[in-house]
Design a protein around this ligand. Structure first.
Ligand SMILES: Cc1cc2nc3c(=O)[nH]c(=O)nc-3n(C[C@H](O)[C@H](O)[C@H](O)COP(=O)(O)OP(=O)(O)OC[C@H]3O[C@@H](n4cnc5c(N)ncnc54)[C@H](O)[C@@H]3O)c2cc1C
Length: 565
């Protein structure tokens, strides 16, 4: 380890290692994160503190160590066995299975749906807050191994759709069981199952109405044969997949199992794995269905309505994932800056580096609070109309804004490490490759902005919920109070505008709403960074890039908030 107390102008052993930071891990990613812990308590997830605490230690230690192999040793497609039979399996490094197993055991799939299994033993309060606690698990997980998050997210999000069909009860029970069972066997033999989803085809992903895969009814009640393809089909080793296909009554959602009840492999072929920019530990494939058996979920023609319930949850995980990547990038940058000297001072004492890090800290805090607020709304949506309407609009706003902010954020944090941040030994290149993905899948940026517009134009309750969420912070901060009227005027203008104008201005509207919502949240939460957020993001005390805060913002408070040593 380097000795930072040594003056750097003293000639030293030319082959010695000096002025390098100590190892980053192990560290406790739960207890070290005040913003996350406060958000969980605020949103009602404190009955699960013991699970979160255990997972925070695990991801910051054993899973952090495992994540390198899971990511670097990429999954491999095995289309055939040695005799020529089709098997269509994907092989992973054992570290991937270790990560999956721990995540599922700690409730990353099941906690929201079976909260009693993961509650703190001493907790005697109400067992609400399951979505909040699972969101926190997701946040912890994505800091370290986001690739595996894909199938975890899809399995979690598929549960409400599966619950619609009583005959699929075994799928639900095994999805939320807390057991990871990667064997390729029929579900009757499995202790736990995972689920994927297939919507995107070559001719269209955002516009799923263009789906051409056909679902032909079979003799059995609710059974169909699928013929066609999916152009993106992630986690293809899952046990089942929610697939959109054209049935006689229109676009329909179906469950396609990997294996049929008699043990036969279902009639689909994995054509190849995508060679992706990042997300390496996750396999994403192209697939063809050749008469694959599937079971209808919901009515024919209602496929989008069924799968949108799943997509709302995966979109929440996208924003949690991006907020988590920001957090990991930030604490890596802080760690480096605390231990690295340049020009006679430790980096964290250099005024301009303090500005960069403080700015990143503000952004990270706001992203975490916003994503967790939406998780809280999802929890309360079933019994509170305001929360339900808020979740509807804010999911699209948060998915757009938080995911869009992540790539530039990660790049800025990477630069804080200098050259080391561009080298694979640090986690930063991995985070950097991963960062753009959340804004592309599950509905790309424009689609989120158009969806926000649609929600606001069609659902007056969503407009009222957003307004109420903003108005409630009036009077708490002068920069917020000054900015709010213009945001509300922009909202009114968007609602009154014709379709062309409203769509063309949708990013600008969503951006203003996102910033105002984040400000309102931080103010009400009495975050120590709330004033800095308002002044910089709403009050003009900020440039275009990071590190452009004006010097009347209290950098020391921002840096202290990040924690760590
Ligand atoms: C690594 C990875 C894994 C994936 N895994 C899966 C999976 O498991 N299952 C699955 O179903 N899909 C998956 N996807 C697909 C992903 O969801 C789609 O790529 C995404 O939804 C965009 O669809 P598209 O690629 O067809 O682009 P298009 O729909 O062609 O869109 C291209 C661009 O046009 C924009 N656009 C579209 N319509 C409009 C409009 N009306 N106005 C303005 N702009 C518009 C979009 O925002 C986007 O920026 C995956 C993608 C990736 C990268």
């Amino acid at each position: 380890m380097s000795d930072p107390s040594l003056p750097l102008d003293v000639p030293a052993d030319p082959f010695g290692v000096r002025n390098q930071p100590p190892e980053f891990a192990p560290r406790d990613l739960w207890s070290g994160d005040a913003a996350l812990r406060e958000a969980v308590a605020r949103e009602g997830g404190e009955g699960f503190d013991a699970t979160l605490s255990a997972y925070g230690r695990l991801v910051g230690d054993a899973l952090y160590a495992a994540s390198w192999d899971a990511h670097r040793d990429r999954p491999r497609l095995r289309t055939h066995d040695r005799f020529g039979h089709r098997i269509d399996r994907v092989e992973f490094h054992p570290a991937y299975h270790q990560v999956m197993s721990e995540a599922i055991a700690h409730g990353m799939v099941g906690l929201s749906w079976a909260p009693h299994a993961w509650k703190t033993p001493e907790w005697t309060g109400p067992l609400t807050g399951g979505h909040v606690a699972r969101a926190a698990l997701c946040f912890l997980h994505h800091q370290v191994e986001p690739g595996s998050g894909c199938s975890l997210t899809m399995t979690h999000a598929a549960v409400p759709a599966l619950r619609r069909v009583p005959s699929l009860r075994e799928w639900v029970e095994k999805a939320v069981s807390g057991a990871y069972d990667p064997r390729d066997v029929p579900i009757a033999e499995k202790s736990g199952v995972t689920l994927g989803m297939g919507m995107t085809e070559r001719q269209g992903g955002s516009d799923v109405r263009s789906n051409a895969t056909v679902a032909a009814p079979l003799a059995g009640e609710g059974e169909y044969a699928l013929t066609g393809h999916k152009w993106f089909f992630s986690a293809p080793m899952c046990d089942g997949f929610l697939v959109l296909a054209q049935a006689p009554g229109g676009l329909t959602c179906l469950l396609m199992p990997r294996r049929l009840p008699d043990g036969e492999k279902n009639a689909f072929r994995l054509m190849r794995l995508k060679d992706k920019l990042g997300d390496w530990s996750n396999a994403s494939s192209e697939v063809e269905f050749d008469g694959a058996r599937a079971y209808r979920i919901g009515e024919e023609g209602r496929g989008v309505a069924v799968i949108i319930e799943m997509v709302m949850l995966t979109r929440l995980d996208c924003m949690l994932g991006s907020a988590a990547q920001m957090r990991m990038a930030l604490i890596q940058a802080m760690h480096h800056a605390r231990h690295r000297h340049a020009f006679g001072r430790v980096l964290i004492d250099q005024p301009l580096m303090r500005n960069v890090l403080a700015d990143l800290a503000i952004e990270s805090e706001a992203a975490t609070a916003f994503a967790m607020r939406i998780a809280g709304a999802v929890d309360r949506a079933a019994r509170d109309r305001h929360e339900s309407a808020f979740a509807r609009a804010a999911t699209a706003i948060g998915k757009y804004w938080i995911c869009k902010r992540a790539p530039a954020f990660v790049n800025e944090a990477q630069e804080c490490l200098g050259g080391a941040g561009y080298v694979e030994d640090s986690i930063l290149p991995r985070l950097y490759r991963q960062a753009p993905l959340n804004s592309i899948w599950e509905g790309s940026g424009n689609i989120q902005c158009l969806d926000t517009l649609r929600a606001l134009q069609r659902e007056p309750q969503a407009v009222a919920a957003l307004r109420a969420e903003l108005e409630v912070a009036r009077g708490l901060n002068s920069a917020f109070d000054t900015a709010l009227p213009a945001v509300l005027v922009r909202l009114d203008e968007a609602l009154a505008a014709d379709a062309e104008r409203a769509q063309s201005g949708a990013r600008r509207l969503v951006e203003r709403l996102a910033l105002a919502l984040q400000a309102s949240l931080l103010l009400r939460a009495q975050s120590p960074l709330a004033d800095a957020f308002c002044r910089s993001r709403l009050g003009g005390q900020h440039g275009v890039g990071y590190g452009t805060l004006t010097d009347n913002i209290d950098f020391a408070t921002c840096l202290a908030r990040v924690g760590g040593e």
